[in-house]
Design a protein around this ligand. Structure first.
Ligand SMILES: Cc1ncc(COP(=O)(O)O)c(C=O)c1O
Length: 372
């Protein structure tokens, strides 16, 4: 056996372990299925006007990082539009939400400081915190008294992080109360608005702006890969924060910037966001919730957002249900432990304005049939 073959067999053993535990991930093609899985809540990624308007106007690539040759008035104007839209002083664009959070959390604190995050916080924030020398504390999901307890234990600068809408449960953080606690304990608050961007607020500004908390929140992450239907993300906050990130966030500094046409597409999407059919989305969410109330034997997560969860409590059951639905023409993904805590493995159902009441009814009928 060559060294390469030996190493390959070592990797295969690791994959076999995942298969045995029901954790094996494979890539799927699902373009012919009814989409109950993507985060494209308004179908923006399918919108031809956003897709094709600008692709030939500028060069194809950025040619370098923002700090070298990749900066442009286009990028900076886009950041001003984003900041204004969300009511922030400034914004800085990163190539993805993952990179935005990793960049921010890895450079914002130092040894002796303390991160305090909700136990369900997104992996990108966990990875960012892990790259920092600051300590980490977790509080129980949406549990204010546990948050207060952890604020009492924290040393140095205190940085609290939450998602306004949790990506796997779809539930909402009690933002106003969390902001009050942060104020009381002189902690800064960082809110990941990935799943609220475009969906909540009169124009889709997100929940921080909707609840008039912009001044109480130090920074927000807005992602473009979900309701905006594109790619990339921005951190919004003060001008000082923007300058600090330009100087310290390694996932901003050491990577080629987004291609020019992406900025134009982001601008188009931000123009379209106020007109996105939030009323229809919330009608579908209300219909889904009402319909699931009558299915007593199944355990749906309590969520008012486009993300709805059906707990199966087991990786194999979640996968079997998703595979059954796939065969029936629906694309819905199982979410397995350890991505979610053991015992809360689930089907993550995303609702979109392009879904119909009939499709929702068919989906729920098939879910019922599977369990009969
Ligand atoms: C809460 C949250 N933050 C950040 C991200 C990362 O965003 P992106 O997909 O743009 O990297 C995601 C996406 O999975 C998310 O759900």
């Amino acid at each position: 056996m060559t060294t390469n073959q030996y190493f390959d067999s070592f990797l295969q053993d690791k994959l076999d372990e995942r298969i045995a535990n029901g954790l094996y991930r494979s890539l799927v093609h699902a373009t012919d299925k009814i989409d109950f899985s993507s985060n494209d809540y308004f179908g923006f990624s399918r919108s031809l006007s956003i897709k094709n308007n600008h692709t030939t106007v500028y060069g194809a690539g950025a040619t370098g990082s923002r700090s070298i040759t990749g900066n442009s008035l286009l990028a900076e104007d886009t950041e001003k539009i984003i900041a204004q839209f969300h009511g922030a002083a400034a914004a800085l664009i990163f190539n993805s939400g993952y990179m935005a959070n990793v960049g921010l959390f890895s450079c914002i604190a130092a040894k002796g400081d303390t991160f305090i995050s909700d136990e369900y916080i997104h992996a990108s924030i966990i990875d960012g915190m892990r790259l920092s020398y600051a300590s980490r504390l977790r509080f129980k999901h949406n549990d204010l008294s546990d948050l207060e307890k952890k604020l009492g234990l924290a040393t140095g600068k205190k940085i609290v992080s939450v998602e306004s809408i949790y990506s796997m449960d779809g539930d909402e953080a009690p933002l106003k109360k969390i902001a009050e606690l942060c104020k009381k304990h002189q902690a800064i608050l960082i809110v990941d608005e990935a799943h609220a961007t475009g969906v909540f607020g009169d124009k889709g500004e997100g929940l921080v702006s909707k609840y008039h908390l912009t001044k109480d929140v130090f920074a927000c992450t807005y992602t473009f890969g979900k309701a905006i239907g594109l790619h990339g993300a921005a951190i919004a906050g003060s001008h000082t924060l923007r300058n600090y990130l330009i100087n310290n966030a390694r996932s901003f500094i050491y990577t080629t910037a987004l291609p020019p046409h992406t900025y134009l597409q982001i601008q188009d999407a931000y123009k379209a966001l106020p007109m996105a059919d939030r009323t229809k989305l919330f009608q579908l969410i209300a219909f889904f919730r009402e319909a699931t109330l009558s299915i007593k034997q199944l355990s749906f997560i309590d969520s008012n957002s486009a993300i709805q969860g059906l707990i199966t409590g087991d990786n194999f059951k979640a996968k079997a249900l998703a595979e059954y639905l796939f065969k029936k023409g629906f694309y819905v993904r199982p979410i397995l432990s350890p991505t979610v805590p053991a015992g809360t493995e689930r089907l993550r159902i995303c609702l979109h304005t392009f879904n119909t009441i009939n499709e929702i009814e068919m989906l729920l009928t098939e879910i019922n049939n599977h369990f009969l």
